[in-house]
Every structure is written in C-alpha cells, then in structure tokens.
Design a protein around this ligand. Structure first.
Ligand code: P5A
Length: 437
C-alpha cells in the first residue's frame, strides 16, 4: 500500500479526551474516530488489526470444533421475555420500537437467540454436542463508556454457545473453550490469566475471566507468581482427559479478581502473591439449564426421555483486544505491534523522494516485496525524513526499511526492528532473502 493513496490521518499531539495509552495511540495512529460516546468508526489501519485479531480468534474456535454462524444485531424482545431477562437486563439494553410498535433491542449478547435456533432444529441427543459461535457487534448502554474501545457501548464480540446432553459433557465443552482461549491469547502475543469469576447477568456457577495484566486494567487482580513462568501456547489436546489436564494445570495456582478475592481465605503467602491490574479480554460460563429450562430447549435422550440441554457461553472482546494489545505493546514513541496482528509487516520509507534514483529504487523494492506476498506500507510521500521516522514509530509496524541516497551509494538500505530498535544495513537482495526465507 502506498501511503500517498492511503487514508492514515495521524495526529501529532496527544488528544485531550484520551486518558490511557491505547486510546491515545489509536486516535493518534489514525485507527479509529469517535461517532458518539463509546461508539467508533474503524479507519483502514485500525480495521486491518481488528480483522487480524478476528481471524486468529476464528481459527482457534474452528480448531476447537465450534461452528461459525452469524446472527443479527437486532433482536425481538419476545425471546428475552421467555428467558426472564427482558426486565433483568435494565438500562444496559438499548430498546427500540419498530414501526408496528413491536419491542426490539440491539443485542447485548445472544443466549436467547441461539437457544431458540437450537430448540427449533435439534431434537435428539444423537446430534450433540454442538458449539455455535459468531463474531458480531453488540450494544451495551454502559453507564461509563471510557478508554476508547476498551469499554465501548458498541463493541465486537466473539460469542460461542455449547449444547450437551449431560453436565459432564458440558464441562468438557467448557474445557475445550478454556484451552482455545489460552491458545488464542498466546497467538495474539498476550499472556491472559484465567481467574475464577462472578457470573453476573449471564448466570451459572462455573466461570472464568481471562485477564491480561496491565497497569491501566479496570479490574484489580491477585495471582500466584507461578503464572509468570507458564507457557500458554499449549497444543490443543485430542481428548477429554487432555483438555482436563490443561485446565487443571491452569486453575491450580491461585488467581482471583477483586470480587472473588478475600484476604482471609487467600492461600498464597507473602511474596508469592502478585497484586496488579488486568484487562478482561475473555469470559466463559457454564450455566447448565438456565436458558434451556424456561425456553424448553430439550432433546430426546438414549432412553427416550426428554432432557433439557446443558449449555455454556464463551465471549472474547475482539474490539477490546485491539486496545488491550496496545496497552501491553507500546513505548514512548508509539505502538509496537506483535507480528501476528500488525496491520503491515514492513514500513518502507523513501527518504529521497525528490531524488529520481532513490525513488526508482524504492518503486522496484516495493513491487518486489508485494510480489513476495509481504504486507508493506510504503511511505512514498514528500514529507521530510524526521516526520517519516516519527510516523512509522507511531504506527508501530514490526520492521522499518529506510532507503536514502547516501546508503544507496554503497548499495544498502537500513532495516530497523521496531521492538528492539536494532538496525542493520543490507543490500536489497539480502533484505528480500530475509523476508522471503
Ligand atoms: C459470553 C458470551 C457474555 O456476554 N455471553 C456471550 C457471555 N460475557 S461478557 O463477559 O459479558 O462479555 C464477553 C467479553 O466481551 C467484552 N466486553 C466488552 N468489550 C468492550 N466494551 C464493552 N463494553 C464490553 N463488555 C464486554 C469483554 O472482553 C468480555 O470478556
């Protein structure tokens, strides 16, 4: 992509409305713009990151056996009246009346809707287990939307819903999502710690929140320092025992959010207990028949009896993760994207935009990198070198390639690693070899 044709409205000064680094940097790097409180437009650079995160989440859901669907954003109130949550949900639910005077709502979550789909189509235990998910915009009229996409009113969530015959099988489905979440966050370059959690308006009694430790996190958390040495990119196991073993390993050291923590009952002593703040990037629930019972979602069991299905639901804050990753990956000059979610891999800068030879060289290098399938953002503008470097640091692409007339005299370009700051001089051939190897 040539910067001269791109839409990257970067901002030099810190926007006054932004209190935390990720919000500041997302505005400054031209990733998002606010439409109304807690409601954002995604500009090209931000959207590329959002899509990359979405795809990693999708791959890991698919690996765990979940099936992708797409449910609407707007729902009818009727299903919520059946489950009993229409009144319970209160002011967080955005309620809408259609032209016929029917009560509609912008979905804050989809337990009711998926339960309705399930009960209409699935009637036998032979069709279980099933896990259906979608990646769709939600709306929650939060009292205090803040920190940009971290606590928005409109936000993108991946939500999965599992259906099983027995509680034991239900827990196995829960375990599969637990492991999928460890893998998902690890692939995004994050370490998320699973913590026993309160279930709030979703319900049930088995639940974990996944928290990324960051100073600006909204939740206060307490966890054993053993978590620091644990590797979360686990292989996805082939059977129920394998899943349970990983869940056991990750739930043995103590970890709790503020609501669940109590000084008196905490089993961890002294220096082994780390107290910090965390960003909740995922939350999983097992709630048995909380929805299947009132909504009569039952299947015929092996003995012919009708049984309410055992359900769980599993959420990932996809848009929140964009902010969460930036909180974990930035420095004083800007964002430092992990490779897996970087909007482009290389930022190519022509430092001699007025020099014909340098420009011709850059054009060829750009074409060759593109040809090799590498995602490149090519700063081909007439801006000065200082401005180009600053901008590249701000938007945080993992690699920067600076091409200037001076280096070209010796046949070399400069490659910089955004994260380490390490620089090396390379010929064009060596550069291409490095990125196509
Ligand atoms: C699980 C999936 C649920 O809604 N129902 C379907 C269950 N859980 S949850 O914890 O309420 O939300 C799941 C994840 O969504 C993100 N999230 C948000 N992200 C940005 N802005 C918000 N206002 C917001 N609210 C929730 C979180 O990552 C949460 O873990």
């Amino acid at each position: 992509m040539r910067l001269s044709r791109y839409f990257l409205p970067t901002i030099k000064e810190n926007p006054s409305e932004a209190q935390i680094a990720s919000h500041r940097l997302m505005l400054r790097a031209g990733m998002i713009r606010q439409g109304a409180a807690g409601i954002y437009s995604w500009l090209p650079l931000g959207l590329r990151v959002l899509k990359k995160i979405e795809n990693i989440v999708r791959e890991e859901q698919n690996r765990a056996g979940a099936l992708e669907v797409l449910m609407p954003t707007i729902q009818s109130s009727e299903l919520w009246e059946e489950s009993g949550r229409y009144d319970d949900y209160g002011k967080e639910m955005l309620r809408i009346e259609d032209r016929h005077g029917r009560n509609m709502l912008f979905g804050p979550t989809n337990e009711e809707m998926i339960t309705d789909i399930f009960r209409r189509e699935i009637h036998s235990y032979k069709d279980l287990p099933k896990n259906l998910y979608h990646i769709q915009w939600k709306f929650r009229d939060e009292i205090r939307p803040r920190f940009g996409v971290m606590r928005g009113r409109e936000f993108l969530m991946k939500d999965a819903y599992s259906f099983d015959l027995t509680p034991e099988e239900g827990v196995n489905s829960y375990n599969a999502m637990f492991v999928a979440y460890l893998r998902t966050f690890a692939r995004l370059g994050l370490k998320a710690i699973p913590m026993r959690a309160d279930t709030g308006p979703i319900g049930g009694d088995l639940s974990h929140e996944f928290l990324v430790i960051a100073e600006t996190g909204e939740s206060e958390v307490f966890f054993h320092k053993d978590f620091e040495g644990m590797e979360s990119l686990v292989d996805f196991p082939a059977d129920a025992e394998g899943l349970q073993a990983i869940v056991n390993e990750w739930t043995t050291p103590y970890a709790a959010t503020e609501e669940m923590h109590s000084e008196d009952d905490c089993p961890v002593e002294g220096n082994n207990l780390i107290r910090g703040r965390g960003i909740e990037v995922g939350h999983i629930f097992f709630f048995g028949d909380k929805y299947s019972k009132p909504m009569k979602a039952s299947v015929q069991g092996p003995e012919g009896e009708m049984l309410n299905v055992q359900m769980g639901s599993y959420g990932v804050g996809v848009s929140r993760l964009v902010g969460g990753i930036i909180e974990a990956c930035h420095d004083e000059n800007g964002i430092v994207w992990p490779e897996a979610v970087a909007p482009f891999k290389i930022g190519l800068m022509n430092l001699g935009a007025k020099n014909e030879e340098c420009t011709a060289f850059c054009d060829v290098l750009y074409a060759e990198l593109e040809e090799a399938g590498i995602e490149v953002l090519f700063d081909d503008t007439k801006d000065g070198a200082g401005a180009k470097f600053k901008n590249m640091d701000l938007i945080g692409l993992p690699w920067q390639v600076a091409v200037g007339p001076r280096g070209l005299k010796n046949g070399v370009v400069e490659l910089k690693n955004r994260k380490t700051g390490e620089k090396e001089e390379l010929t064009k051939e060596a550069l291409l070899a490095k990125f196509t190897a």
